[in-house]
Design a binder for this molecule. Structure first.
Ligand code: SF4
Ligand code: SF4
Length: 406
């Protein structure tokens, strides 16, 4: 029997760096993870894969690589595909978070300035709302390639009154309500049809965006505000229509593990699940199948790798009578990864092109996903529409057709 402690155990008052070093010892350097790492596949460079990054992080934590270039860590998408692949259960993202926070100040001045600018732009929610609204108003007159880049929005929807005994909290985040102001309402209407009342939580940033821009304190303080807001709610569970936000809410347990709000964060995180878990598939299967589409389903990394929620949305789409095309490289990130596409546009665009080719090779009617970042990032390709799966469930339950035929 091995004397090695279970890496998943959080030791009381353990320094984060000590914990990261302990987690690192689980790695047996087999390199299996490289095969599903988007940046390794793109570059073929060992330093740009998880195994190389783990070596680098080990040296950084040991203080033997103080002058090493940090680009490989910056290029990592935090997609966690390597965690899904790793046979040894290495908790890569936990190690990365610790090392990124410790090396914050060692980043280049240009990178820090860029992160600052992106954070300010994303925080200017009012401005984002105005720009997105303006783009939508021009959408109708625009050529098709531009049109598809501006996400369509169904106007005139009203949030249903809370009339059911079963209730869930639905986080209204920051970027999504600007780009798709109809989606949370559609989700509430869908759940209402299925006997669950959704209560709006927010608008409140879950903290993921600043956290992934290396503004760890800012991310934690946004998360703390959302935690306080959500902890006061009276419902069975908390969810969101953006799988990226849901995954970060689930991570509150880890984010606050050594703080005075640890118990509250743990209790809240235990109620968090992807919104697809609230959809009664058997009910959908009984609906008339008026629209049958050929769909390319893109599972966001936050859904398949962080929330381990692969398969559920596919069941929902099949229950609605749609056909799913087979996707090669379905575990790979599309390059959106929260603010990544703004921080590393060249890498993000290359990954996006690769993913688009994989998604559209079989000429589907549309691409469907579960996260606003992926939806917007993929829509830039412009030759066919990209929707959220909830758009299709909403259409089926209300007998409408709000999806854009392209
Ligand atoms: S992280 Fe896992 S898959 Fe990758 S080298 Fe280490 S043990 Fe192997
Ligand atoms: S998180 Fe994604 S990009 Fe980063 S090392 Fe793992 S697989 Fe590669």
């Amino acid at each position: 029997m091995s004397n090695r402690p279970d890496p998943a155990i959080v030791l009381p008052s353990e320094d984060p760096a000590d914990r990261a070093q302990r987690l690192l010892r689980a790695c047996v350097h087999c390199g299996f993870c490289n095969a599903t790492c988007p940046t390794y596949i793109l570059t073929g460079d060992e330093r740009e894969g998880p195994r190389g990054r783990l070596y680098l992080m080990k040296d950084l934590l040991a203080g033997t690589a103080d002058d090493a270039p940090l680009e490989p860590l910056s290029h990592c998408l935090s997609c966690r595909s390597c965690e899904t692949t790793c046979p040894a259960g290495v908790r890569y993202s936990e190690i990365l978070d610790v090392v990124r926070e410790r090396t914050q100040s060692a980043r280049s001045r240009a990178q820090r300035a860029l992160d600052r600018m992106v954070a300010i732009a994303l925080r200017a929610r009012g401005l984002l709302v105005v720009i997105a609204r303006g783009a939508r108003s021009l959408r109708r007159f625009a050529p098709k390639t531009f049109k598809q880049r501006v996400l369509p929005c169904t106007e005139g929807l009203a949030w249903p009154a809370a009339r059911h005994g079963r209730r869930i909290g639905l986080l209204i985040g920051c970027v999504q309500p600007a780009l798709r102001p109809d989606l949370d309402v559609k989700a509430a209407i869908v759940l209402d049809h299925l006997g669950v009342s959704a209560l709006a939580v927010g608008p409140s940033c879950c903290g993921a965006l600043p956290y992934h821009l290396h503004a760890h304190d800012e991310g934690r303080s946004a998360a703390r505000a959302t935690l306080a807001l959500a902890a006061a709610g009276d419902w069975e569970g908390l969810t969101s229509t953006a799988s990226g936000c849901t995954a970060f809410l689930k991570d509150y347990e880890r984010l606050f593990q050594d703080t005075e709000v640890a118990a509250g964060a743990r209790a809240l995180a235990a109620t968090v699940s992807d919104i697809a878990a609230w959809i009664d598939v058997s009910h959908l299967a009984k609906l008339p199948r008026s629209q049958r589409r050929l769909i390319a389903w893109h599972a966001p990394c936050s859904l398949q790798h962080a929330l381990k929620g692969a398969g559920r949305v596919e069941q929902i789409l099949l229950a609605l009578g749609h056909t799913l095309v087979t996707i090669t490289d379905d575990a790979l990130c599309c390059g959106s990864a929260g603010p990544y596409s703004l921080r590393h546009p060249r890498l993000a665009a290359a990954l996006g092109r690769r993913k688009w080719r994989a998604l559209t090779g079989a000429h589907p009617d549309m691409v469907v996903t579960a996260n606003i970042g992926c939806q917007q990032h993929l829509a830039r390709h412009g030759d066919r529409p990209v929707h959220h799966w909830l758009d299709l469930v909403y259409d089926a339950l209300t007998n409408r057709d709000t999806t854009d035929p392209g």
